[in-house]
Design a protein. Structure first.
Length: 202
């Protein structure tokens, strides 16, 4: 009787394992299909462009109206607000990251760091920054997710607060808000970091 119960338990465990394996295989096939990856990539690209344009417009307006030093605060508030708004509207997580961060909340995770390092390597080989992007489907926080990153080149607006010529008032504003800032001293055209987005898959 004992042996029969053990055999039945083992059979149930094996069946459960096989069902999970079949489910996982089906999920991988469905979500890794070229059509699905292409659709998710397109969606991420559109969100990234919307984020970039909205943030750039906000910062330019603030620089003109209030000056670079005051824009430090505007950027610290507007960036996360735009991320949350876009994410809530479209069911994505939207952020920025870099190997040299200003905001501690933007610290890259291991995958993001590898992608950033890969971007830097490609740039050294002559790849244009604006063309660099990366996608992946992986387990994230215990859930299947699609991930996307797009390289950010340093532009004129970026140089205002991230460049090599920063005024004393700007430096004070940066140090007051971000005492551990690592994101100064850039030149135009360098790799600043990346937009990083992910979406959980059903």
């Amino acid at each position: 009787m004992h042996h029969l119960l053990v055999k039945q338990c083992l059979t149930n465990v094996l069946l459960t394992f096989l069902m999970c394996l079949i489910g996982t295989t089906s999920w991988a096939q469905n979500n890794n299909s070229p059509e699905n990856i292409s659709a998710l990539t397109s969606e991420a690209q559109q969100l990234t462009n919307a984020y970039m344009q909205t943030l750039k417009k906000t910062l330019r307006g603030s620089i003109i109206a209030s000056g670079p030093a005051a824009t430090i605060k505007v950027c610290s508030i507007s960036g996360p607000a735009i991320e949350q708004s876009l994410g809530a509207q479209h069911n994505w997580q939207v952020a920025r990251t870099s190997t040299l961060i200003r905001n501690p909340n933007n610290l890259p995770d291991p995958w993001e760091r590898r992608v950033l390092e890969n971007f830097a390597s490609k740039i050294k080989q002559g790849a244009p920054i604006k063309s660099l992007e990366e996608t992946a489907v992986m387990n994230l926080n215990g859930k299947p997710a699609f991930r996307y990153m797009k390289a950010i080149p340093v532009g004129n607006v970026c140089l205002t607060c991230h460049g090599r010529k920063i005024s004393r008032s700007e430096a004070t504003a940066i140090n007051d808000r971000y005492p551990s800032d690592q994101a100064k001293g850039y030149k135009k055209g360098e790799l600043r970091g990346a937009f990083t987005l992910y979406k959980y898959l059903n």
